[in-house]
Ligand binder design. Sequence first.
Ligand SMILES: Nc1ncnc2c1ncn2[C@@H]1O[C@H](COP(=O)(O)OP(=O)(O)OP(=O)(O)O)[C@@H](O)[C@H]1O
Length: 322
Amino acid sequence: MNTARTHRPAPTDATRPAATSGTEAANIAPLRVRGLTKTYGSGATEVRAVDAVDLDVRAGEVLLVMGPSGSGKTTLLLMLGALLRPTTGSILVTDRASVRIDIATAAERALPALRAHSFGFIFQDYALLDALTATENIAVAANIAGLTGAPAHARAAELLERVGLTHRATARPSQMSGGEQQRVALARALANDPPVLLADEPTANLDASRGRDLARLLRTLADEDHRSVVIVSHDERLREVADRVLWMEDGAFREVAAMVIDPVCGMAVEPTGPSLERLGRTVWFCSDGCRREYADDPDHFAPPRPAVVGPGVANIPPGGII
Ligand SMILES: Nc1ncnc2c1ncn2[C@@H]1O[C@H](COP(=O)(O)OP(=O)(O)OP(=O)(O)O)[C@@H](O)[C@H]1O
């Protein structure tokens, strides 16, 4: 059971306001989260999935949230997108007109419009409608955002071109590869021109090169449109495109300065679990499975390293962030 924990990380740069640049509007964090908590169940079955999280998401940044299974990542993402009510805390959303609203306390009837205008969602299973073509899938999302008829189809065509799929406009999802489907899903998520894109394991079903393509596309959308992209994932490839990587564990962001990388699966782990000695050093693993895999063929893996920032990751403040 996941319950309230004693560990309380020091405030990190996760909550530091966006750097000053450009117009005042550009300085307003599109998402500002304070004291966000979600508790499922009650009494003996209570699970505190997200525990007093503070977070500012900056305009134009790609923020990657990683962490072990069950650490609260999806719960956090669902709350950020107004798909799940928090137990306590606030989620201030600033739209493109600089109007700010707390979705944690907004009236239920206000939430559909908020979702339709402020967020684009991408899921690992694409969630496309197979009865519809690629164009129609995107046009439907445009309809929900208030665009109908020819303008909705024009928007769909423009977005398909953006994700490099003009030639698949009339294909149905079942006629497309996983990578193509995910790009259609991304185009659909952009139909309402949202300031914030929320992605839950967007590359989980994609092979290495398609996963990398999608990651680069997400980076481009942040750079060119000044859109914020929040990704929850286990996928190490996404680090390459992230401005910040936050580590979530037991519902809270953790300090990871003392953590090390499991050389088999690439996860950041505390140096307290399974380990073995190699060449005079202790190598740590997330599980006995990874330890066994390493022990069978240690030369196959990179040498052990601390959980520091990887190449290509910029603007990483010290502490709490890997
Ligand atoms: N609807 C629910 N009812 C009760 N408990 C839930 C519910 N959804 C999630 N939980 C619990 O909340 C905790 C966080 O779950 P969550 O799915 O947010 O984690 P996660 O980090 O996204 O996991 P994964 O990486 O496996 O997707 C887990 O202990 C999970 O069992």
